[in-house]
Design a protein around this ligand. Sequence first.
Ligand code: FAD
Length: 436
Amino acid sequence: STIVVLFTRDLRLHDHPALHSALSEGHRVVPLFVLDPAVLAGAARNRIGYLVEALADLREALRERGGDLVVRKGDTVTETMRVVTEAQADSVHYSHDVSAFATARSRRLDAAARGAGVRTRSFPGVCVVPPGEVRPTGGDHYRVFTPFWRAWEAVQWRQAHPAPTRVAIAETVPVGRLPEADLADRWGVGSLSPDRGRGGETIAREAVRAWLASGLESYPQMHDDLAADKTSRLSAHLRFGCVSPLELARVARGRPGGDEFVRQLAWRDFHHQVTAAFPDLNRRDYRPRDTPWRDDPTGFAAWCEGRTGIPVVDAGMRQLIQEGFMHNRARMITSVFLTRKLLVHWKAGADHFHSLLVDGDIANNYGNWQWSAGTGNDTRPNRQFNLMRQAKRFDPQGEYVRRYVPELAGVAGAAVHSPWKPEVESEGYQLPLLEL
Ligand code: FAD
């Protein structure tokens, strides 16, 4: 028999439960990816850039194993059912995902397949612990991280699957062309962030090896240091599933620095289980709150462009433009500045992040934005964040600011954080939008 394995945000061969199951039953498989306009239209061009590279890498890896990646364009459900007919397949396997879009898509696929007498099966693979597997008594999801984390840690994680050595593909299916490198430009406006990270499982696995060998150990001490840039930078690889979060958690756990790092992967799972239960996370307050939002198009535009006159905020926002990435501490600082100082609605900020982040995903981006804005899962939603203190603590020498704000490159040391002081030489850098 033949099984279509529908790839979405799980673009890898290692530890791929849906693929593994299809192959271990001794079937022929048709690995399929559908370029769906409904997905591409909403995706940041930086993410499309990553996707194009990841698909090329996946096809190459499948070809090395005697298989191929079938690529189609159009509505995912329609195209999948077409391929099912061409391959005379009797099942479709896919990885379970949580966004409102993904949930609706799998429901439609299940219904279309049922109508055609074809079986569908969904598998884990997007999270370490599948959403819904741990639940609080009497609730459908955890609203607070710490109890979630305790339950999450106590779960017996499944074993990771090795990559298959051979993949036999049904020969009746035309494989289709990979998207070209300019796909991002055709769907988006302008070009990609010049220093964005590259995509694909091969690069991702190399990045994991390098991280385990020389980053993980210092993670607990260094992860908040803006200038040191000593976090894993694996987020985009996790976003597209080029790295299996479970495999990563398994190899990191118990190593020096590993437990602190694995806790961050639990945050990722946490936001995914929230999204599964509250699919409107990107549209509505998770925890309703009476915040006096302001309409401030000028302030918002200055924030987007990194021209607020607050150096650490501008550095973060310019890193985002340049790299399609921002350090976690800077994401916290910039989001708090927008929502708690400028009082601009979190959705505007989150949408802007989403239009640039290579790692942008509904659960993590909108979940974290709501946390920052005080409408999310923070147990202390009125938490005071002193931005100047944050800047001096996490960029004590001002190196992070000088790296991204060239107008201030000539200002030595921590003075770079207060360019408005008369003794600081900061010509060409704007005055602050507001006093902190
Ligand atoms: P590391 O510190 O090395 O962490 C390892 C992995 O753990 C990350 O790759 C990520 O998958 C996960 N992780 C770490 N922190 C968090 C967190 N707070 N929430 C959820 N998962 C986490 N992360 C995204 O992956 N996509 C987003 O769109 C996103 N938007 C954010 C928006 C705001 C306002 C804030 C405050 C945070 C956001 N984060 C997002 C979380 C975090 O900033 C990034 O995951 C992290 O900076 C990625 O860098 P890294 O891979 O080097 O992280």
